[in-house]
Design a binder for this molecule. Structure first.
Ligand code: HEC
Length: 133
């Protein structure tokens, strides 16, 4: 009967260790998360998913590697000439502007969708940075 308390002690020590690791991970993720929350972005991305996916072209081009790539550069996707020739490179800044209002940035683009809330945009961009690499 002395085994039982012993195993309880062991278990609680182990979970303290896990909690410490979780805290360390959260702290490490802190600075990168300052502008956007990728987990929330994943939920918001469902609104994009009517037309986009990470790995396949659909109504819109695939988002694989979008952060850092040149606009209009996915092979096999039929872009509007305006977006293709825009010279835009997708960064956090240009994506934020794009999601605020694509037509304000590229008047003849065929993406008709915008994200009015700045935090939502930051979260979606964080998601793309993390998951669409
Ligand atoms: C109603 C359909 C639709 C929705 C919803 C939509 N898009 Fe698009 N998106 C498009 C189309 C169509 C294009 C291609 C535009 C062009 O060629 O002018 C595009 C292009 C883009 C591009 C440029 C990609 C490249 O390869 O240059 C990005 C970035 C983008 N969309 C992000 C998003 C994000 C993020 C969301 C969700 C917040 C979203 N889009 C929602 C249709 C959509």
């Amino acid at each position: 009967m002395s085994i039982r308390p012993y195993s309880v002690v062991r278990r609680s020590t182990a979970s303290l260790g896990l909690a410490a690791i979780a805290v360390a991970l959260l702290c490490a993720a802190g600075p990168a998360d300052a502008t956007g929350n990728a987990a929330r972005g994943q939920t918001l991305y469902k609104g994009c998913a009517d037309c986009h996916s990470i790995n396949e072209n659909g109504v819109g081009p695939m988002h694989k590697g979008v952060v850092g790539r040149k606009a209009g550069s996915v092979p096999g996707y039929d872009y509007s000439p305006d977006l293709k020739n825009s010279g835009i490179v997708w960064t956090e800044e240009t994506l934020d502007k794009w999601l605020t209002g694509p037509q304000a940035m590229v008047p003849e683009t065929k993406m008709f969708f915008d994200v009015p809330d700045a935090q939502d945009r930051a979260d979606i961009i964080a998601y793309l940075k993390e998951r669409a690499r």
